[in-house]
Design a protein around this ligand. Structure first.
Ligand SMILES: [Zn+2]
Length: 244
């Protein structure tokens, strides 16, 4: 990178870093504050990832369009490694189902250091994923969170069955049921495809939960630094349909 490009990238990045630093000091304490302060001295590892929330969403959707069409970019992982060894500034965070068919990095045709991905079967926000996303937003400056459901979700399907039959699933599975049950119950009186309705409602509910999750995410949304959106991945063609 030439000196001028480097300076431009610093100038573009610094204002958001300063705002984020303030949030980090108040919310994460001395440890994160000093870590952020150390990073403030250098340009971000991926200057192209310093984006507004809207530009971040457009980049995600363009990446998904390439993936759908089968014209994914060639990702040169080798030459990214050195820059990313010193830090990360992902341009979007994704809360996705753990389903092996989804793979957000592929679905949005992205490279390393681009997406901060939290995955759990049923893509619902629990304390650990909210905390992880708070880290992405407050410490890494990520401007967008996408809650990504998908059709034919086994976790949502199992929750519907568990509630309908009044059965308790074995092992730790009831914790997944507890996370997904509010969306299933919310659509229980609707007609049509119960599974599709519950999958959609689960995305909408978790977008709302993250938007209002205080004190970090809700403040970032209010200040226009963060958008939280929802989408559903279609297994047949790989297209992500935005639902909120
Ligand atoms: Zn799933």
């Amino acid at each position: 990178m030439c000196q001028m490009c480097r300076q431009n990238s610093i100038e573009k990045f610094e204002p958001s870093r300063r705002r984020i630093l303030g949030a980090a000091v108040t919310t994460f304490g001395l440890f994160l504050a000093s870590a952020a302060g150390a990073k403030e001295m250098k340009p971000p590892p991926k200057p192209q990832n310093v984006l507004s929330p809207d530009a971040s969403l457009q980049r995600l959707l363009k990446g998904n369009a390439r993936y759908v069409e089968g014209v994914a970019l060639r990702h040169d992982f080798k030459h990214e490694r050195e820059a990313l060894a010193g830090g990360q500034n992902p341009f979007a965070a994704v809360l996705s189902c753990a389903d092996s068919r989804i793979a957000p990095e592929y679905a949005f045709d992205s490279g390393r250091g681009d997406l901060f991905v939290c995955r759990v079967a049923g893509n619902f926000a629990n304390d650990d994923s909210v905390a992880s996303l708070e880290y992405a937003v407050a410490e890494l400056g990520t401007p967008l969170i996408l809650v990504l459901g998908h059709d034919s979700c086994g976790a949502v399907s199992a929750t519907i069955k568990s509630i309908k039959d009044g059965t308790t699933l074995p092992g730790h599975l009831p914790s997944l049921v507890a996370g997904i049950a509010p969306a299933v119950k919310a659509v229980s009186q609707q007609g049509g495809d119960v599974l599709a309705n519950a999958i959609r409602q689960n995305v909408i509910d978790n977008v709302a939960k993250l938007r209002s999750a205080g004190p970090i995410l809700s403040a970032a949304v209010e200040q226009g630094k963060l958008k939280v959106v929802g989408g559903i991945y279609r297994l047949r063609d790989g297209r992500v349909e935005m639902v909120s």
